[in-house]
Design a protein around this ligand. Structure first.
Ligand SMILES: *Cc1c(COP(=O)(O)O)cnc(C)c1O
Length: 422
């Protein structure tokens, strides 16, 4: 830092427990005082181009005036009311719009506040779907190596047990079935055999469609998803797509499932849902799943209801975020960002230790053969005017879809220079 740290940083640093880091040895965090467009403004006045869109949320860029105006208006009118027994326009309008945007029969929207909680709700729906149908014993989930579905206790069990951040807790929670993705016909046959053996104990298959994000930005072919749909149907197992990362344009489709032309029984959404302004998530069930809870029997109901469920401010932000998607320029933006990432990162392929350079939609990835030094790299990227935080073996970019060409050049230039390709 060129200037002294602000007072709040020094005073608060003794009390804030930061995410995903060894507090004793981690690099100090960068103090941010404002955001605009694709940029973070630091306390010392420097601006960094954000290569991550704040953990994949700020899809339309920071401080978008349309989203800000919608939230401001909602704040004046009604910041929050409980969702039990009460209804309000922002949430009801949002549910109807999500149902219209999502393919096919994904029509029944259950709101929550975070991605992990939406995945927990999807898992609970799947378990109870079978219980309500009178099938006992379907108590486990089938998930995949390389997958990531959240940090809460139940979602930890469906993350990659080795690569994920939760290996420490193996043995604490029930073991799920973790397999390799069925990348070819042989993979499908192997998974079919597994389901013939164990299918009767499995409630649902859980997968991030097209790209496994936090597990290492691992891309798979849409055919993998069609195989999973076939297997789920053959074995009476539900299929859950976790589109918390992939949803809202990131992969080039509004939802990644659209690349495969199939639908899951339940989909989870969050991250870009509010354009990076307020926490909101949803588990959206198909008519077939919802039907199994629709009954005269109170026991058949889904007993769940987060306190801030359907928060009006967050739903107003999400409605405004959807207005921007419906305006329709996002598709061209993703193509533009995608081309810039492909062009800008390609020279990294020749570097020692680099095993792959890949791009899907507005996601660009340089993968190394071993984990990289995250803290040291962050500092060097920042010195180049870019906010980029690698993850495991990958240095990746997931900028706002609206990032201008000049700022995309700052991001890819920083990656090339810091990694030594320029
Ligand atoms: C981020 C993420 C989650 C968890 O969301 P939180 O809001 O951090 O709880 C779950 N699944 C996927 C695919 C994610 O990318």
């Amino acid at each position: 830092m060129a200037l002294e740290d602000p007072d709040w940083l020094t005073a608060g640093a003794r009390h804030v427990w930061r995410p995903y880091c060894q507090m004793k040895t981690a690099m100090p965090p960068l103090p941010v005082v404002a955001t605009h467009g694709s940029r973070l403004v630091l306390a010392d006045g420097r601006e960094l181009v954000d290569g991550l869109a704040s953990w994949w949320t700020a899809c339309h860029g920071y401080n978008h005036p349309h989203i800000a105006a919608a939230v401001r208006q909602q704040l004046e009118r009604m910041p929050h009311v409980m969702f039990g027994g009460l209804a309000h326009e922002p949430a009801y309008r949002l549910a109807a719009r999500l149902a219209a945007l999502l393919p096919g029969a994904l029509d029944h929207v259950f709101f929550a506040e975070s991605g992990s909680v939406a995945v927990e709700i999807a898992m609970k729906m799947a378990l109870q779907f079978h219980i309500n149908e009178g099938r006992r014993g379907r108590t486990r989930f089938l998930a995949f190596r390389g997958g990531y579905h959240g940090d809460t206790l139940a979602t930890m069990t469906v993350c990659d047990p080795e690569e994920g951040m939760h290996a420490l807790f193996s043995g604490v929670m029930p073991a799920q079935v973790i397999a390799g993705l069925p990348r070819d016909a042989a993979g499908e046959a192997a998974l079919d055999a597994l389901l013939i053996r164990e299918g009767e104990t499995i409630a649902a298959i859980l997968v991030e469609p097209l790209i496994q994000g936090a597990g290492g930005m691992l891309i798979h072919d849409p055919e993998v998803l069609r195989r999973l749909r076939r297997l789920a149907d053959r074995h009476g197992v539900l299929l859950i797509f976790d589109e918390i990362f992939t949803g809202f344009g990131r992969t080039g489709e509004l939802f990644a499932m659209q690349a495969a032309g199939i639908e899951p029984d339940i989909v989870t959404l969050s991250k870009a849902l509010t354009g990076g302004t307020l926490p909101l998530s949803a588990a959206v069930a198909s008519r077939r799943v919802f039907q199994v809870f629709w009954s005269d029997d109170p026991e058949a109901a889904l007993m769940h209801g987060p306190t801030y469920m359907g928060n009006p401010l967050a739903c107003a932000a999400a409605n405004a975020c959807l207005d921007l998607f419906e305006a329709g320029t996002w598709r061209a933006d993703v193509a533009r960002v995608s081309a810039a990432l492909a062009r800008g990162l390609e020279p990294c392929r020749a570097l020692a230790g680099v095993v792959d350079v890949r791009v899907l939609g507005a996601i660009g990835v340089v993968e190394f053969d071993a984990p990289v030094a995250v803290g040291a790299l962050c500092a060097r990227f920042a010195a180049e005017g870019a906010w980029i935080r690698p993850m495991g073996k990958v240095v990746y970019l997931t900028p706002a879809l609206t990032t201008p060409d000049a700022d995309l050049a700052v991001l890819t230039g920083a990656v090339r220079r810091v990694l030594g390709a320029d």
